[in-house]
Write a protein that binds this ligand. Structure first.
Ligand code: CO
Length: 455
């Protein structure tokens, strides 16, 4: 069943990335069941072409939450409703260029991560199934749709300055220190990453894509007038504002380990953008916001939803909780478009050492959103174990394309990053799970009640 788009934009010949559709020896194996994970504790890889809710696997997952929270019959109505097999008929656009990758590679908090991610996706032969779109940098006017001109002016002014100390005091005022140091080329980086997300939004607006992917964006902490938490400009907010030019109601889902504070702040007083963020919420953990009671203001009251979790959450509980929350949000809100930040810093093995998730839990959430048959944008974000982040986003790309990837990492430039197993699958972490029954029960009930206010 070959139903995905195979249109490929041929890239500039001087580009060393191979965007051409020439790999006949692609390691992609269509729909072949795999012995996905050796670890029996982990959830099996869901079949990316379908969400079959009556499978034993799904029952087990949902049972996990039932056991935790003791849901009643009315609440059970919010189990996944998709029963039929969904044929994959999506046109997928992947925003990428050599310059984008190179600029992202230079980010001091995630050096070379973009390269590792891109080459794994290429190594799996997935580029030929997507329309590869080269991003343009966002213009000054596009950046200042959200950002304060003073802040953008400052980024522009220091972008060529080698001696950072020259602007030290002013830089601190704009958040350009610690996590977000000013560096040469910072403006060009921020403009290009933001432009890439705008490009993804444009492809959904003009209908040239059903799903648009920018794994190099997702910088959800960026503030109107300052940098924050590795984020210089907030491409997510800019992307949402762009989508609003066509779509009336935008659903933003943030799966990153950290609270999506910059995006929530930007839209906390409107009911035209509903934000859902699931994240670690413990004392002293960045950015410190995103409690259950943080629900938005004025017209935006109830349109900011936060799912605060404690250390050690595992796939079954995470998926079951998010399935219900997202399903009920979708039923009440009826969005026109979805934008999902897929930060991989909650995946086991991340230096953040917080959650015990595997990429399958993000995949399940993405699959659910895809099943609503709305335009979807997928963005990257955090993820500080570079090989695991690449595993996660390559897997999610496969989910979008309806293709299972071979569990053996293909031979490619960065294969050595994947030792000692050289496998795509990641075993669930085994850190202590602090999300006990009472805790999950409490947030689940409060969230279900809160979503009733949404219309
Ligand atoms: Co993060």
């Amino acid at each position: 069943m070959e139903t995905v788009s195979t249109e490929v934009v041929t890239e500039n010949k001087s580009c060393h990335y191979d965007f051409s559709a020439s790999q006949d020896d692609s390691p992609v194996k269509e729909y072949k069941p795999l012995n996905w994970l050796k670890n029996s504790q982990a959830v099996k890889q869901p079949d990316p072409e379908t969400i079959v809710t009556d499978s034993q696997e799904n029952k087990d997952t949902l049972q996990a939450l039932n056991n935790c929270v003791g849901v009643n019959d009315a609440q059970l109505a919010y189990e996944p409703q998709v029963k039929e097999k969904l044929p994959i008929r999506r046109t997928v656009c992947y925003v990428c260029s050599e310059e984008l990758i190179q600029r992202c590679n230079q980010m001091i908090k995630i050096p070379m991560r973009a390269d590792i991610v891109h080459f794994l996706i290429e190594g799996y032969g997935l580029l030929k199934f997507m329309r590869v779109v080269r991003p343009r940098p966002a213009t000054y006017d596009q950046l200042t749709v959200f950002h304060d001109p003073d802040y953008i002016d400052f980024l522009k002014r220091i972008t060529d300055v080698e001696d950072e100390e020259k602007y030290d005091e002013e830089a601190q005022q704009f958040g350009l220190s610690y996590d977000c140091p000013a560096h040469v080329g910072v403006y060009e980086y921020a403009a290009l990453v933001s432009g890439a997300t705008l490009q993804a939004a444009e492809s959904l607006i003009d209908g040239t894509a059903d799903v648009a992917i920018n794994w190099y964006g997702g910088w959800h902490h960026g503030k109107k007038d300052s940098a924050s938490g590795f984020c210089y400009t907030n491409d997510v907010v800019l992307g949402i504002l762009k989508l609003r030019e066509k779509f009336d109601r935008v659903l933003y889902v943030d799966l990153d380990l950290h609270h999506g504070d910059g995006v929530e702040d930007a839209f906390c007083t409107t009911n035209k953008v509903l934000t859902v963020s699931v994240h670690k919420f413990t004392s002293g953990f960045f950015p410190g916001t995103g409690s259950l009671d943080d629900i938005g203001y004025n017209r935006g009251k109830y349109y900011s939803i936060n799912v605060p979790l404690l250390d050690g959450i595992k796939d079954p509980e995470f998926v079951a909780l998010m399935y219900r929350v997202l399903n009920k949000v979708n039923d009440h809100y009826k969005p026109d478009v979805i934008i999902c930040q897929c930060g991989a810093d909650g995946v086991a093995g991340d230096p953040m050492e917080s959650f015990n998730l595997t990429p399958l839990s993000l995949g399940r959430c993405v699959q659910l959103m895809l099943s609503w048959k709305l335009p979807v944008m997928l963005l990257g974000g955090g993820g500080y174990h570079h090989a695991n982040t690449a595993r996660c986003w390559a897997y999610l790309t496969g989910v979008v394309l309806g293709r299972k990837l071979n569990n053996d990492i293909p031979e490619h430039k960065y294969i050595l990053e994947y030792g000692p197993d050289y496998e795509l699958g990641i075993s669930a972490g085994n850190m202590k799970d602090s999300n006990n029954k009472e805790y999950l029960q409490g947030i689940y009930r409060q969230l279900m009640e809160m979503v009733n206010h949404i219309s």
